[in-house]
Design a protein around this ligand. Structure first.
Ligand SMILES: C[S@@+](CC[C@H](N)C(=O)[O-])C[C@H]1O[C@@H](n2cnc3c(N)ncnc32)[C@H](O)[C@@H]1O
Length: 268
């Protein structure tokens, strides 16, 4: 497999300019990390995004995937902000127009297989292997857990799973990442970039379990955030400072492609 290092460097220099005006919640570091996950396939299968909003992450994934032999991205979102954790649509019924315009402007619209529905609806008809599963839909615990349970059985051996907002004030991402990924023997290398918690899935639990020390260390650091998130109190003063310190202790800096490629296992 030829790795597109040079093309990826060129992409990162222009990616922020392409996406910065799209409304959404990804930081520059997170956009680049998603593009990296899409640009360097660890195994075969689809890229599936749950939760697109106005397309910030969809475009990041598509721009990365464009550097591969398989440039398409599947995305699912009713675009109606159905969850209590969703962005406010400010009186509009849907953000479909913004989503479509943004994809077109970025030149990626023809590569997106979009399902305007809830993830549970798509799950009823889904039967494809997944090489990159990006979960950024319903951020409640039951919502994120359901997305994980519905789609993780389709992960290819060596696939990457990534959750947004594992370091933000939402219960879903952090709990499912900790409980179902970091404590699972089937997941190996793992980390956090910005607020994106990611890991690599292995069919063979003996293989994944080799990474237990790295995962447990991360689990313990993340666990310090749990009381603040679960109690859901309005973080102020000393409590806010404690939360910020706990957050700062979780390594979440930007990820260089060459370092990431040494961490993960690339299928032949
Ligand atoms: C935080 S936004 C996603 C942000 C987007 N990934 C970005 O980069 O800007 C969450 C999105 O999840 C969608 N959503 C909520 N529940 C969902 C579900 N059950 N299935 C699919 N999408 C869902 C909402 O409509 C909303 O657009």
């Amino acid at each position: 497999m030829v790795l597109p290092f040079e093309e990826f460097t060129n992409l990162t220099t222009e990616l922020y300019g392409i996406i910065k005006d799209v409304e959404g919640y990804l930081t520059k570091r997170e956009m680049e990390f998603l593009a990296l996950l899409a640009a360097f396939p660890t195994t075969k299968g689809e890229i599936l995004e749950i939760g697109s909003y106005k397309g910030k992450s969809t475009i990041s994934l598509a721009k990365g995937a464009a550097l591969t032999e398989k440039p398409d991205v599947t995305a699912v979102d009713p675009l109606t902000s159905p969850s209590s954790t969703d962005p406010d649509l400010e009186g509009k019924e849907s953000c479909l127009d913004d989503f479509q315009n943004n994809l077109k402007k970025a030149g990626v619209d023809r590569y997106i297989n979009f399902y305007q529905k809830h993830s549970a609806e798509l799950a009823k008809e889904w039967n494809e292997k997944i090489r990159l599963l990006w979960i950024d839909g319903d951020h409640t615990y039951p919502g994120t857990k359901m997305d994980f349970d519905m789609f993780s059985p389709f992960l290819s051996d060596g696939a990457i799973i990534a959750f947004h907002d594992t370091l933000n004030d939402f219960e879903g991402g952090i709990r499912v990442f900790m409980e179902d990924v970091l404590l699972s023997k089937n997941f190996g290398p793992a980390g956090v970039c910005g607020s994106i918690g990611w890991s690599q899935y292995f069919k063979d639990p003996d293989f994944g379990w080799k990474y237990r020390d790295q995962k447990i260390k991360l689990y313990l650091k993340l666990s310090r955030l749990i009381p603040h998130i679960m109690l859901n109190d309005n973080l102020k003063g000393l409590k806010k400072t404690r939360y910020k310190i706990a957050r700062w202790r979780v390594p979440h800096s930007e990820v260089k492609p060459e370092d990431w490629l040494k961490e993960v296992v690339i299928a032949e």
